[in-house]
Write a protein that binds this ligand. Structure first.
Ligand SMILES: [Zn+2]
Length: 120
C-alpha cells in the first residue's frame, strides 16, 4: 500500500498534479505519504489532487553549498494539509502561493511561488 501511494505521487508529479492523502474513516488530510492515517490509524485512504493553492505557514532562508540562497518552509494548502517545500521567490508568512514544478535529479517535484496578482 505504501509503495502504491508513493508510485501514485510520482505519477501525479510527472503530470504536474499535487497529491495529498485523505483518510476515508476520519477525514484527516495529510501530505507525507504513509499507508495509515496518522490520526486514527485507518488504512482506508484515498490519494486526491490538491488545487495547489495555499499560504506560507513558515519559512527560512539559507545558502546552499553552491552559494545560492534557498528559501525553504511550510505551506498550508487550502485543502487543510501542510507540506515542506522550497519557494521560487521571496515570501512572507501568510502570502498566497501556488504550486509550480521544477526538475530535480531528472524528476519533476513541486515548488511554490507567490501568486501573481491579476491585472485589473
Ligand atoms: Zn483517520
Amino acid at each position: 500500500m505504501f509503495d502504491e501511494i508513493k508510485k501514485r505521487y510520482l505519477e501525479m508529479f510527472e503530470s504536474e498534479k499535487l497529491p495529498y492523502v485523505k483518510c476515508n474513516k476520519c477525514g484527516y488530510v495529510f501530505y507525507y505519504p504513509r499507508d495509515y492515517c496518522p490520526k486514527c490509524g485507518s488504512k482506508d485512504l484515498a490519494v486526491l489532487e490538491s488545487k495547489g493553492v495555499g499560504k506560507v505557514f513558515s519559512y527560512t532562508k539559507f545558502v546552499n553549498k553552491d552559494g545560492k540562497e534557498v528559501i525553504y518552509g511550510i505551506v498550508e494548502l487550502n485543502e487543510g494539509f501542510r507540506m515542506y517545500t522550497n519557494f521560487l521567490d521571496e515570501v512572507d508568512i501568510g502570502d498566497e502561493v501556488v504550486v509550480k514544478y521544477t526538475i530535480k535529479d531528472g524528476r519533476k517535484i513541486p515548488i511554490f511561488s507567490k501568486n501573481k496578482p491579476k491585472k485589473e
